[in-house]
Unconditional design. Structure first.
Length: 93
């Protein structure tokens, strides 16, 4: 699975029940011209949320790589949280 996303607001990366149990890597690149991006990545079942990272600052032009992102996709969706006026690219491998 390789998926590319341009994101400018908090959103679902992988919806629950999509048959995904592990991701080799999640590459998060700050594409905003002037502002650092503050990012959170978490799993949610709609009631409870569990963070992989929370409020991590990614400088302008930098990329954060998360490896071996395993989760139970039958129970959880994979979400990304992003502050206002920020833009990022996410590559799911």
């Amino acid at each position: 699975m390789k998926e590319y996303n341009n994101i400018s607001a908090s959103s679902i990366l992988i919806e629950k029940n999509q048959g995904v149990s592990a991701i080799n890597s999640l590459e998060i690149c700050n594409t905003h011209a002037a502002n650092a991006a503050v990012v959170g990545v978490y799993y949610t079942d709609g009631t409870d949320s569990f963070y992989k990272i929370k409020s991590v600052t990614i400088p302008v032009g930098a990329t954060l790589v998360l490896e071996d992102v395993a989760f139970d996709n039958e129970v959880y969706s994979l979400m990304i949280e992003l502050g206002s006026s920020q833009t990022i690219d996410v590559i799911i491998n």
